[in-house]
Design a protein around this ligand. Structure first.
Ligand code: PMT
Length: 405
C-alpha cells in the first residue's frame, strides 16, 4: 500500500543537540516511506552528526550554508520554503526556539521557516532545567501562539545525567503530527468524540464479562480524524493499544463509566462516533470478595446497561451532532443496520460484516457497509485505518458535517 508520505516534501531542520543522532532514524523512516526529505542543519548540529549521514539516508543534498545555497543549481531558502509540504524541526534547542519565537533570520533554517507558509512542527530537546526555564516556557508559548505546533518532550534520564522533561519523543508519535501537517484538513474545526474497545463488567475481584473488541477500529477513527485536522477525544475501554498522538485520551472500564465519560464530554463535540462494543448487561450485584466455587451463588443476575448511543439520539439537542453508530452483524446486514439507524436516531451507521474473514472484532482489517437514510454504501475489504479514512471521505463527500466551529 502506498505510504501517506510518498512524494511529500518534508524539510527537516536539525539543530545542535545530542538528540540529533535520533533524528537520523526519523529521516531514514521518512525516506523509506518515499518522502522527499530536505535536511537543513544549523552549524551547531554538525558538531553532533555530519551532513554526510543525512545525505546518505535521503539520497539528497543536505543544506546548511545560507550563502552556498545561493549558488546556481542549489536550492535557496525561498525554494526550500516554497516547495515544502511541512517543516519538522528536531531536535529544537532552546537557542533555536528563542530565535524562531522572535522571528530572527540569521541562518538557512530560520530564513526557510520565516519564508514558509506550511505547518511547522517543533520538537524541543534539551536539559530539563533549560526546558523549564521561564524564558524557554515563554518562547514556546509564543511559538504556539504564532501557529507553530510544539510537541511536548518525553521525560526520563537524559544524556547530561539529569532526569525530567526534555527528551525527544518516539518517531511513531511525531509521525502523526507530520501526517496531520501533510493531510488535507477537511475535518478542521470539527470536535470529534470517538468511543472504542470493549467494556468490562465485573462480577467479583477476579472475574468479569466482556467481549472481543480490541479497540483497533475506534483508535483508527481517532487517529485519522486527528490527521484530517479535527480536535479529537477518544474514550476507550480496556485495550492493549497505545494512545494515539495528539488525541485527548479518556480510559474507562465499565459501560456505566463510558456512559458518564460520554455524557460529560458530548456538549463539546460536533461529531460522535460510537465504535465501542458496549456490554449490554452488567451484574446486578458485584461481590467484594472472590466467589468460591462451592458457594451457594451459582446464579448470576444481570441488569441492562444504559444504551449510550440511543440516549444521545433521543436528546432535545440531538441536532448539534453528526451521530455515527457501529454494528457487528453476521446476516441481513442492510436490514439490521437500518433498524439500528432508525431506533437510535443516527445519521449514519457502519455495519461490520462479521461473517466475512478479516472483518469485525480483533483483526487489523474490516469490511463495512455505510448506511444512512438515503443510501447504503458497501466499502472494500481493507485495513481498519483505510476503512476509517473511507468513512471520513463519505462524511465529507456527502456533506454530512455540521458547520465547523
Ligand atoms: O475493536 P475492534 O476489535 O477493532 O472491533 C471493532 C468492532 C467490531 C467492535 C466495531 O467496529 C463495532 O462494530 N462496534 C459495535 C459493536 C456492536 O455490535 O454494537 P451493538 O450492536 O451492540 O451496538 C450498536 C451501537 O450502539 C454501537 O455504536 C454501540 O457503541 C452502541 N451502544 C450499544 C450498547 C450500549 N449499551 N450503548 C451503546 O452506545
Amino acid at each position: 500500500m502506498t505510504s501517506s508520505f510518498a512524494g511529500k516534501r518534508i524539510v527537516v531542520g536539525v539543530t545542535g543537540s545530542i538528540a540529533a543522532f535520533k533524528v537520523a532514524g526519523w529521516v531514514s523512516a521518512l525516506a523509506k516511506d518515499e518522502a522527499l526529505v530536505d535536511v537543513v542543519m544549523t552549524a551547531a548540529a554538525q558538531h553532533f552528526v555530519t551532513p554526510l549521514t543525512f545525505s546518505a539516508l535521503t539520497g539528497r543534498a543536505v543544506y546548511s550554508d545560507m550563502f552556498e545555497a545561493e549558488r546556481e543549481g542549489v536550492i535557496s531558502h525561498i525554494g526550500l520554503a516554497r516547495e515544502a509540504d511541512c517543516i519538522l524541526i528536531a531536535p529544537a534547542t532552546a537557542h533555536t526556539i528563542a530565535r524562531l519565537a522572535h522571528g530572527l533570520a540569521d541562518d538557512l533554517l530560520s530564513t526557510t521557516v520565516l519564508a514558509a507558509r506550511v505547518p511547522v512542527i517543533v520538537c524541543p530537546a534539551m536539559n530539563v532545567k533549560m526546558f523549564e526555564h521561564a524564558a524557554t516556557r515563554h518562547n514556546i508559548e509564543r511559538l504556539t501562539s504564532l501557529g507553530y505546533r510544539v510537541i511536548d518532550p518525553d521525560s526520563g534520564l537524559m544524556a547530561c545525567g539529569e532526569e525530567g522533561a526534555g527528551r525527544l519523543p518516539e518517531w511513531e508519535q511525531v509521525a502523526e503530527y507530520v501526517l496531520r501537517g501533510i493531510t488535507r484538513p477537511d475535518l478542521a474545526g470539527q470536535r470529534v468524540l470517538v468511543t472504542a474497545g470493549p467494556t468490562r463488567e465485573p462480577y467479583d475481584p477476579a472475574r468479569f464479562i466482556s467481549n472481543r473488541s480490541s479497540g483497533k477500529m475506534g483508535y483508527a477513527l481517532a487517529r485519522t480524524a486527528f490527521r484530517r485536522g479535527a480536535e479529537v477525544t477518544l474514550i476507550s475501554g480496556p485495550t492493549a493499544l497505545q494512545a494515539p498522538a495528539g488525541v485527548e485520551m479518556v480510559r474507562v472500564s465499565t459501560a456505566l463509566e463510558m456512559y458518564e465519560a460520554v455524557m460529560e464530554r458530548c456538549d463539546h463535540a460536533s461529531i460522535i462516533v460510537k465504535a465501542a462494543a458496549v456490554a449490554d448487561f452488567r451484574f446486578a450485584r458485584q461481590h467484594r470478595q472472590k466467589v468460591k466455587k462451592d458457594s451457594s451463588e451459582l446464579t448470576m443476575e444481570l441488569v441492562l446497561n444504559p444504551d449510550i448511543l440511543k440516549e444521545l439520539g433521543k436528546r432535545d439537542d440531538r441536532e448539534r451532532w453528526l451521530l455515527i453508530g457501529f454494528a457487528a452483524e453476521s446476516q441481513n446486514i442492510e436490514q439490521e443496520g437500518r433498524k439500528k439507524l432508525v431506533n437510535k436516531h443516527l445519521d449514519l451507521i457502519a455495519v461490520n460484516d462479521i461473517s466475512s474473514d478479516g472483518a469485525g472484532f480483533a483483526v487489523d482489517t474490516n469490511q463495512i457497509t455505510l448506511i444512512d437514510s438515503q443510501r447504503s454504501v458497501p466499502l472494500i475489504h481493507t485495513s481498519k485505518e483505510k476503512t476509517a479514512d473511507l468513512l471520513w471521505d463519505h462524511v465529507v463527500a456527502n456533506k454530512l458535517l455540521k458547520p465547523a466551529v
